[in-house]
Design a protein around this ligand. Sequence first.
Ligand SMILES: NC(=O)C1=CN([C@@H]2O[C@H](COP(=O)(O)OP(=O)(O)OC[C@H]3O[C@@H](n4cnc5c(N)ncnc54)[C@H](OP(=O)(O)O)[C@@H]3O)[C@@H](O)[C@H]2O)C=CC1
Ligand SMILES: CC(C)(CO)C(=O)C(=O)O
Length: 339
Amino acid sequence: MTTPYKIGVIGAGNIGTAMAALLSQSSAEVWLTARGARLSQISAQGVVLDERGSEIHATPKTAPQLREPMDALFVCVKSQSLAQAIALNKAAITPETLVVPMVNGLPFWFHAQADQMNAMPLLDPDGALSGLLRPAQVLGAVLLMTVQMDAQGRATSSNTPTLSLGCVSSGADDAKIEKLVSYLDASGVRTDVTPAIREKVLVKLLANFTTNPLSALTGAMLDEIGTDPALRDIALALADEFRTWALGEGFELPTNAWLVDLLQDAGAFPTSMLQDALAGKPLELDAICRAPHALAAAKSQAMPMMARLLEALKTDQTLPLPKPQVEALIQSLHRPIPA
Ligand SMILES: NC(=O)C1=CN([C@@H]2O[C@H](COP(=O)(O)OP(=O)(O)OC[C@H]3O[C@@H](n4cnc5c(N)ncnc54)[C@H](OP(=O)(O)O)[C@@H]3O)[C@@H](O)[C@H]2O)C=CC1
Ligand SMILES: CC(C)(CO)C(=O)C(=O)O
């Protein structure tokens, strides 16, 4: 008997549920981890993904944590839970396992080189990620997919999943990556392997940095941020700050005209951070906002607009803010920044 190709998916939220359902369409043995009531639910009923009207039902193997080595691991938790999730599932990770963190924001591996992770403090606070993972086994990922799960645990995806993968350092095993891509292809996940994964991450992060905290504070949808002059000015000031930092890192990012088109075309879509704010969940502020802000500060580049938004997000008020407070905030964000 041949040994099956084993893929672990950590976290049965929006993305993990969708990935487990899709990957179960290939011949891989798929494991999905969850906790509490969600673990009981997926163990009893499997997972369901509605992909633009066609339903995928799948019954991946389920567990609270993985206890055997995997060929590949997709880590589908929020960025602030990444280190803890990797540590909890370390039995699944051998030096041969490909590990794909599927999280938004600046990745912990962004400054990885050959055999050194050089992880960023805010993104790997206790060094767990650098301690457990070799740079050559980590694949950077940019996932273009919009998934939302209802109270019954049924996930709905409104677009065809598109995934860009890329090695984060030299020394990666191309044959292993090709094999993983063949399972993704068989799952209906359109995948490309790119040498420009850092640039792709920054292009997506440009959109997240400029819209996510602003939407969480104001409740604005993407098209509103792209259309309302007061909100758009704030978003474009944030884009200028982010673009300047990225240029210092060696990456030239798309223009403000590109960003405005993207926002206007997105329609009345709530950012992932606004969705979290509305659900009372913790926000991915470290990976999306604080880490770029801290890296810029380390190079003596101020990000005054982001600093003001982070200050506004420090309060323990319910988000989004009530309308009068939103108006006051927008006015204050338009005041000149003191020298
Ligand atoms: N939703 C989307 O359309 C998109 C999301 N992303 C990004 O993908 C990442 C995941 O997002 P999303 O799926 O929406 O987030 P969710 O909050 O829906 O899912 C995260 C899941 O991880 C679970 N989890 C956390 N820690 C563990 C653990 N140690 N063991 C098992 N499960 C754990 C959570 O469980 P519990 O509920 O128990 O905490 C939750 O079910 C984020 O970085 C997001 O920004 C990227 C593109 C699109
Ligand atoms: C839609 C987009 C690009 C907006 O920032 C996003 O990825 C998010 O909200 O997480």
